[in-house]
Write a protein that binds this ligand. Structure first.
Ligand code: ADP
Ligand code: C5P
Ligand code: MG
Length: 197
């Protein structure tokens, strides 16, 4: 077998930490393809004839994590379709089921570089999500009721996954509190140090 495997960076952090915002900047600067698991699920929910539409809406509104078979296949299809070799996988893996599914389906086919972890206090995350909702995100989960559940899921299910990667020495932690341009200065350093340009 010849050829390199596609390079993958996992992008994690609480709801509203700024993952999508920073990913856009990374795409511009380092020419990655940005794949947000949440965006892919919302697209699939909206796709006419999708057998998962209702299930996805139910999970998203309740801040629960959709079974990995759905999410991982959406990610794999999007990776194949792009024909590219550098991917930001944003908002995944979000729980043990996500991680196990990735190991089964994708780990051997890809080259995971590191985990970019946007560390953001809960109250800041809440303000940002509610602001995004007021700004017209149209998301059914940018409201206080869903947000409480999303934060619970993050604390109970996602933080242990970040911890798992941390124990393996794979986490690049970024303070997500400052303004977006300041956060990106730290992000840029991480990618340059990892040899990307
Ligand atoms: P995530 O993808 O992690 O949920 P987003 O990138 O969508 O987060 O950002 C959530 C909201 O917070 C958006 O309205 C965005 O414009 C805003 N935002 C993102 N980064 C920052 C920042 N560093 N400071 C202030 N607001 C931010
Ligand atoms: O990352 P984002 O905030 O866009 O995710 C929105 C929702 O999409 C999550 O709260 C969850 O319900 C769903 N999701 C999921 N599995 C993922 C990522 C997102 O079920 N890996
Ligand atoms: Mg996002």
């Amino acid at each position: 077998m010849s050829g390199e495997k596609p390079k993958v960076v996992f992008v994690l952090g609480g709801p509203g930490a700024g993952k999508g915002t920073q990913c856009s900047k990374i795409v511009e600067r380092f020419h990655f393809v940005h794949l947000s698991a949440g965006d892919l699920l919302r697209e699939e929910r909206a796709r006419e004839g999708s057998e998962f539409g209702q299930l996805i809406e139910e999970y998203i509104r309740n801040g629960k994590i959709v079974p990995v078979e759905v999410t991982c296949s959406l990610l794999e299809n999007a990776m194949k379709l792009s024909g590219k070799m550098r991917f930001l996988i944003d908002g995944f893996p979000r729980n043990q089921d996500n991680l196990d599914g990735w190991q089964r389906q994708m780990a051997d086919k890809t080259d995971m570089q590191f985990v970019l972890f946007f560390d953001c206090a809960e109250d800041v995350c809440v303000v940002r999500c509610l602001g995004r909702g007021q700004g017209g995100s149209g998301r059914s989960d940018d409201n206080m009721e869903s947000l409480k559940k999303r934060i619970q899921t993050y604390n109970n299910d996602s933080l242990p996954i970040i911890k798992h990667f941390e124990n393996a020495g794979q986490v690049k932690r970024i303070d997500a509190t400052p303004d977006a341009d300041t956060v990106f200065q730290a992000v840029e350093r991480v990618f340059l140090d990892a040899g990307f340009q």
